[in-house]
Design a protein around this ligand. Structure first.
Ligand code: ATP
Ligand code: LTN
Length: 334
């Protein structure tokens, strides 16, 4: 731990087109936390191959995601941003933790159930054991806090269970992590079915706002968002479509949902949708400009990729060696 700061770990998979949900639920919070914590933010490319990937496309997406981290305000001098596949300790600890995780625990994971239904032709062991790799990611860095969207809570819970089980057998090896869920934007819903989360793997492109969507597309998608026939603006469970639009508006403008509701009192859904569209486009524009600028800075990005992987490996290997010693693997001879 540096300067007595607490540690944060989080990651996003290098798959699909990132959505507004990924940004508001995860990435945006990261940059806000980096001054108070020692942070490790990984592009978790090893998680990505639980679903079949085109190699060239995976490489391109992984690099673009790392650039997006920086564009979203993560300072690579303060926070360590790196590719998971460049730090071999992730896969090594995951193997060990597999041996401390029960089949029954993994069987309960809702993401596994959803993804295996979606990819019925490729239900591989990696997809099943995915939460163990995620636990290894977090525990390697002795993370105190893990900022994620609500959908990842179940995985975080299992990570805590595995860590406690290990500590009970071998003594205090791992820090037990806590989730960090942002006040707004923790679960952005689909624009076409507001009972489902906005997801980068949704087949309907109108359901999600992608971070690379231009202004007109964003405004059009918001205008087409599914609402209801109640014709009143509220932030209640009975109006999931309207509630989601208020949530997005609040998250993009920094207002509280109640303030947003007050602003649209007496106005129609058309006004709400236009305002949401403008607010989202205004949020994405600086991000997109920064991505375009950074994409041209090849040497700068390459330097970050190299240096940060070394920093991450140093911390990760310290935990890995401790674990290996505790479980009885022969010590290395120097
Ligand atoms: P997929 O739909 O393919 O499973 P995803 O959109 O859930 O992917 P992930 O890489 O699994 O993307 O998630 C990255 C981060 O974004 C996680 O912290 C996750 O909790 C958060 N996140 C994803 N979708 C949303 C959403 N709709 N609202 C808020 N946060 C989200
Ligand atoms: N499983 C997460 C991505 C992820 C992650 C992590 C998040 C992999 N390892 C460690 C936080 C901490 C997802 O699908 N969103």
């Amino acid at each position: 731990m540096i300067d007595g700061h607490k540690v944060i770990f989080s990651g996003v998979q290098a798959t699909g087109n990132l959505t507004l949900g990924n940004y508001l639920g995860a990435l945006r919070n990261w940059s806000l936390l980096q001054n108070e914590y020692e942070c490790f933010f990984s592009v978790v490319d090893e998680h990505s191959i639980t679903v079949r990937q085109d190699p060239a496309e995976l490489r391109r997406r992984a690099r673009n995601l790392l650039i997006l981290y920086i564009a979203a305000g993560i300072d690579p001098k303060k926070s360590c941003i790196y590719f998971q596949s460049h730090v071999s300790a992730h896969a090594e600890l995951a193997w060990i933790l597999n041996c401390y995780t029960y089949m029954g625990e993994m069987n309960r994971m809702t993401q596994f159930k959803d993804k295996s239904a979606k990819h019925a032709d490729n239900i591989n062991v990696g997809l099943f054991a995915y939460p163990v790799l995620m636990a290894a990611d977090i525990l390697l860095y002795q993370a105190d806090v893990v900022p994620v969207g609500i959908d990842q809570m179940q995985h975080l819970e299992i990570c805590r269970d595995i860590a406690m089980r290990f500590n009970n057998i071998y003594g205090p090896v791992f820090t037990i992590p806590e989730p960090y869920i942002g006040k707004t934007g923790a679960k952005i819903m689909s624009l076409q079915d507001p009972t489902k989360k906005m997801s980068k793997s949704d087949e309907n492109p109108n359901a999600s706002i992608y971070l690379y969507d231009d202004r007109d597309t964003v405004i059009r998608k918001c205008r087409r968002a599914v609402t209801d026939s109640l014709a009143t603006v509220s932030y209640s469970e009975e109006q999931p479509g309207v509630r989601n639009l208020i949530e997005i508006y609040a998250a993009c403008t920094g207002k509280l949902p109640e303030e947003a509701v007050a602003e649209f009192e007496g106005k129609g859904y058309g006004d709400l949708k236009s305002a949401v569209g403008e607010a989202v486009a205004d949020t994405l524009a600086p991000l997109q400009n920064e991505i375009a600028r950074l994409s041209k800075e090849k040497d700068y990005i390459d330097g970050i990729i190299r240096d940060n992987a070394e920093r991450a490996a140093y911390t990760a290997n310290k935990t890995l060696r401790k674990v290996q010693h505790k479980i009885g693997f022969p010590d290395r001879i120097r």
